[in-house]
Write a protein of this length. Structure first.
Length: 465
């Protein structure tokens, strides 16, 4: 079995490596594509663990001359990668001090009822933060993830045999609903302002904050209803109703008593990082810096020791593979590979009516996110070429811009590396990689259908196309 996995991982990239270099792509870019495909296949079939496969990809990209040593390792200097590490460590502090359990109990006492109700309460907070926090990593990773983890732990649901009790469902629901929140607001994720800028440069259409939200509100609400129900049937939690949850939580909070010093310190750091995330436009401190400041505060306050940080294996494993994928995906766009891909797609739509061309291009654009580690990288590489092809096919400009803008976020549901929050929620360990990908494909497909079906009608009602 392992030999078969290695055969798949090596043969396809070798064929790409030996094939003629297409016009418009540098030789280094073509070699990088071969290495990137091999690395992605390695992450899929895992003949070695994720981190080990990623390191092989880094080494191969430098050894083949696709990237210089400095370029191959540049992903590990990427601030977003360090934010992922800090988010894992902050979550560890929430659990170690017991503050996470206390917060979870407060949630349970407030809402009780059902497991899907617990999920909606957390998603609602994500929606509120999405109004002002222009980073899904900061929002769902730095602020929301520790709470989700704590809710799962409160019901004794941990990775492994007890994952299906509650934690698996909550991780899936919150993560995939966060993709809707990312698409819902201009500030939903860091790529959305870039999308607005590119759309204006390419088509002359300028989307304001209010227009973005107005265009998204109806399809987003439809998505918020559809996706949690879909996940509830696909991965139903074994704990579905908690009739005594409120009384249990109240009793546990009484037993815990007042907060001790470590909890207060953890709460202070949590509040500080949340406030800094939400007010970045005032003070200008980047989100990764805020996360690292939070981690530093936990170390200085004695909440975490350095041994605690070193022991957070999932954080460092994620650091290795995510940094590698991030850099290779970014370098592919810079090498011209993405532009060649867009020209090839344009050939598929030659001679078709505009709405068929639009549907084909949107489908390819959505699933092309398999090749990108961030929404920003996806948008940077493909947004403009695809918009140009859509307009050339005769698609209404506003319809093309809106559909591409919202789908840019929804494609992140596909993989465990599709956006900054992906490795955080996947790295929690509640689902295998295969399960994550299968559910991601289902959710991304259904979500895209919901957004486009409802959105097209809604935008027509608004008179936008």
């Amino acid at each position: 079995m392992k030999a078969t996995k290695w055969a798949v991982v090596l043969l396809i990239p070798s064929a790409i490596f030996l094939a003629p270099v297409p016009p418009g792509v540098t030789a280094e870019g073509w070699r990088l594509l071969a290495v990137f495909v091999g690395t992605i296949l390695g992450l899929m079939f895992q003949p070695l663990p994720l981190g080990a496969m990623a390191l092989l990809g880094v080494a191969a990209s430098a050894l083949t001359g696709a990237l210089t040593a400095g370029q191959a390792l540049a992903g590990y200097a990427e601030p977003l990668v360090w934010m992922v590490v800090a988010a894992f460590c902050i979550a560890r502090g929430m659990i170690k001090t017991g503050l996470g359990r206390r917060i979870a109990l407060l949630f349970i006492r407030a809402i009780g009822g059902t497991s899907i109700g617990l999920g909606y309460s957390v998603v609602a907070s994500d929606v509120v933060l999405g109004l002002v926090v222009p980073s899904n990593g900061a929002r769902a990773g730095g602020v929301i993830f520790p709470v989700v983890k704590s809710l799962a732990e409160a019901y004794q649901s941990a990775p492994g045999p007890t994952a299906a009790r509650l934690g698996m469902f909550l991780m899936l629901m919150v993560y995939h609903c966060d993709m809707t929140v990312s698409a819902m607001f201009f500030t939903g994720n860091a790529a959305n302002p870039l999308i607005v800028s590119l759309a204006k440069q390419t088509t002359g259409i300028e989307i304001s904050y209010a227009q973005w939200a107005l265009g998204a509100i109806v399809p987003a609400l439809a998505s918020m209803v559809t996706i949690p129900i879909l996940l509830y049937f696909v991965r139903p939690p074994t704990i579905t109703r908690t009739p005594g949850a409120a009384a249990f939580a109240a009793a546990e909070l009484t037993r815990l008593g007042p907060m001790v010093r470590a909890e207060k310190a953890m709460l202070a750091v949590f509040a500080l990082t949340t406030a800094l995330y939400m007010t970045r436009t005032w003070h200008g401190v980047d989100y990764p810096v805020t996360a690292l400041v939070g981690l530093a505060g936990l170390l200085l306050g004695g909440v975490l020791t350095w041994d605690d940080v070193l022991a957070e294996r999932s954080a460092w494993d994620t650091f290795i593979w995510y940094g590698a994928i991030y850099q290779m995906a970014r370098a592919l766009g810079e090498a011209g590979v993405s532009q060649v891909f867009a020209r090839w797609v344009a050939g598929l739509t030659s001679g078709t009516v505009w709405w068929v061309a639009l549907l084909i291009l949107l489908t390819v654009y959505l699933y092309a996110h398999y090749g990108f580690a961030t929404i920003t990288a996806h948008v940077s590489a493909l947004y403009v070429p695809f918009i140009i092809v859509m307009l050339a096919a005769g698609a209404p400009a506003y319809l093309a811009v809106l559909a591409m803008s919202y789908l840019s976020s929804l494609g992140s549901s596909l993989t465990h590396y599709g956006t900054t929050t992906s490795p955080i929620y996947y790295g929690a360990g509640y689902l295998s990689q295969g399960a994550w990908w299968r559910i991601g494909l289902l959710v991304a497909t259904v979500n895209a259908i919901v957004w486009m079906a409802v959105g097209v009608v809604w935008w027509k009602m608004l008179g936008w196309w």
